[in-house]
Design a protein around this ligand. Structure first.
Ligand code: CA
Length: 222
């Protein structure tokens, strides 16, 4: 899951980035509203963490821009404690949640996961597929409650596939959602992760290759 942190306090942004990266997110970070607005025009994200007081374009204006362009990206506002009016305005403009500074990175991570879950209409943090269950907060995969060892990137690819089951998704899409500015993953590499996943997860993992288009995770047996 790829997130954009838009926060001009560099120390705060860097700390959050590190915590979220350790928690398994692909994290991009920018400190200027104008740059943020530009990248949001071509890069897809699973979540935006948006500071309200930003140079370039203010957080509220950026949010207004996003929603008037009909961009439904989940937005979590990061605000100073005294910015009550702006928080309310942000929520009315279509932000999904807010958190006040100072905050614990763990709380931001929990809220980020909850928002992403809500967007994909899931009730809990576990993605299930047949006898597999992927716990997205622990970043662990289990088969009948036994842990299955997967590489960090294999887990990210699997998480994206499970979140998009019954939909054809392309290698580019997968690469895009698990890459960040710091770690650009080539779509060709996705083939390698997919083939390792198939090998490790066996026939029950019904991932179909759709020629020229990508992959389709078919419903699990039973
Ligand atoms: Ca700020």
């Amino acid at each position: 899951m790829r997130v954009l942190i838009l926060e001009d306090n560099q120390v705060l942004a860097e700390g959050l980035k590190q915590a979220m990266t350790s928690a398994g997110f692909a994290v991009d970070m920018l400190h200027d509203g104008k740059q943020g607005s530009q990248i949001l025009q071509y890069q897809e994200y699973d979540l935006l963490l948006l500071d309200l007081g930003l140079p370039g374009i203010d957080g509220i204006d950026l949010l207004r821009q996003l929603r008037s362009a009909n961009n439904q990206l989940p937005v979590l506002i990061i605000s100073a404690r005294d910015q009550l009016d702006q928080r309310i305005e942000g929520l009315e403009l279509g932000a999904d949640d807010y958190i006040c500074k100072p905050f614990e990175p763990d709380e931001v991570i929990a809220r980020a996961r909850a928002l992403i879950r809500r967007t994909s209409q899931r009730a809990d943090s576990v993605l299930r597929y047949g006898d597999l269950s992927f716990n997205s907060s622990q970043r662990k995969l289990f088969r009948n409650n036994q842990p299955v060892e997967l590489h960090r990137r294999e887990l990210s690819v699997l998480e994206y596939l499970l979140s998009n089951a019954d939909r054809v998704i392309s290698k580019d899409q997968i690469a895009d959602h698990i890459s960040s500015f710091d770690e650009d993953i080539n779509p060709i590499a996705i083939e390698t992760y997919i083939s390792r996943l198939r090998k490790k997860l066996g026939k029950q993992f019904r991932l179909k290759t759709v020629r020229g288009l990508g992959y389709l995770l078919e419903p699990a047996d039973g």
